[in-house]
Design a protein around this ligand. Structure first.
Ligand code: C2E
Ligand code: CA
Ligand code: CA
Length: 283
């Protein structure tokens, strides 16, 4: 069933989601968290005007002993359902902060580069999460103002009673807050939240060069970003044409295969070194 689910891809785990299989896979995942079975890749976020790296987003992978390299769509739903997302998220945070602290120590001129880490809705409400973030920053030595926590869209849809207070505590530590997958439906809830970065959903970015509706929504997000004092980042930038149109619409930075795919930590250090010397990442 696991193999069938992997072949079927995204969102298909319900096929084998009978109790025993879920328990077995949950146990496998928890073992992977403890035994080095997960890896973090990093995708650069690029200033559209300069072509330089402004941030790096941590993206988790599971190196499964039988199924090979699994992407988050193949195991995060399970982790969210069983609660394994909490230890998994802590591991990613720690690993990513440690790696970012390493770049800061070894690559000159990268003090400004931020690290983005994704949080599932379950992680945001987990008890002690603010304390965990504080402890990881202290332990790894990454300055708090270089860390950005990215909230999934579901967090806004179902914010719970103390979301604002938690975000405020995280910002008090010095960390930034980003909202992921921003589209039309997130514009309403966003007006009420303290956030620092808006990440435009890749589906809008895909349409920006040809579809006037996508372009209008992007313009709306850029306006909202300006009103909130938040930077606007486009996700899933795949072509030079999209990058050009996004820059013209006032979007500050972008991320996507056009610039760079997610990389292992040591490769990111090489990219940082090269772009710091003034080479655009897309050259
Ligand atoms: P996301 O936060 O929206 O991350 C962007 C996704 O788009 C990544 O998929 C990335 O590899 C992919 N991508 C990058 N450039 C392009 C492009 O040009 N075109 C297209 N089509 N895709 C591009 P990935 O790594 O498979 O992650 C999927 C989602 O899983 C992420 O979406 C994020 O919501 C979640 N995720 C990843 N890592 C973590 C984690 O450590 N913790 C949590 N809670 N969620 C994570
Ligand atoms: Ca993200
Ligand atoms: Ca996205």
């Amino acid at each position: 069933a696991l193999d069938a689910a992997k072949r079927a891809g995204r969102g298909r785990h319900e096929i084998y989601r009978a109790g025993r299989d879920v328990r077995a896979r949950d146990a496998e995942l928890r073992r992977a968290i403890d035994d080095g079975g997960l890896v973090v890749l990093f995708q650069p976020v690029v200033g559209l005007a300069t072509g330089g790296v402004v941030a790096v987003e941590a993206l988790v992978r599971w190196l499964h002993p039988r199924l090979g390299l699994l992407v988050p769509d193949e195991f995060l739903d399970l982790a969210e359902e069983t609660g394994a997302i909490v230890p998994l998220g802590e591991w990613v945070l720690q690993e990513a902060c440690r790696e970012a602290a390493r770049w800061r120590a070894t690559v000159p001129g990268v003090e400004h580069v931020r690290l983005s880490v994704n949080l599932s809705p379950e992680q945001v409400v987990a008890p002690g999460m603010v304390e965990t973030v504080r402890a990881v920053l202290e332990e790894t030595g990454l300055p708090a103002d270089r860390l950005v926590l990215e909230l999934a869209e579901g967090t806004l849809r179902d914010p719970g009673p103390d979301l604002e207070a938690r975000l405020a505590s995280l910002r008090e530590l010095g960390a930034g807050i980003a909202v992921d997958d921003v589209g039309l439906s997130s514009l309403g809830p966003l007006r009420r939240l303290p956030v620092d970065h808006l990440k435009i959903d890749g589906s809008l970015v895909a349409g920006v060069a040809g579809d006037p509706v996508a372009r209008t929504v992007v313009e709306e997000v850029v306006r909202l970003g300006a009103a909130l004092g938040a930077t606007v980042v486009a996700e899933g930038v795949e072509t030079a044409e999209q990058a050009r149109v996004l820059a013209a619409l006032g979007c500050g930075s972008g991320q996507g295969f056009h610039f760079c795919e997610p990389l292992h930590g040591r490769t990111v250090a090489q990219v940082l070194r090269r772009t710091h010397q003034g080479t655009r990442i897309d050259e």
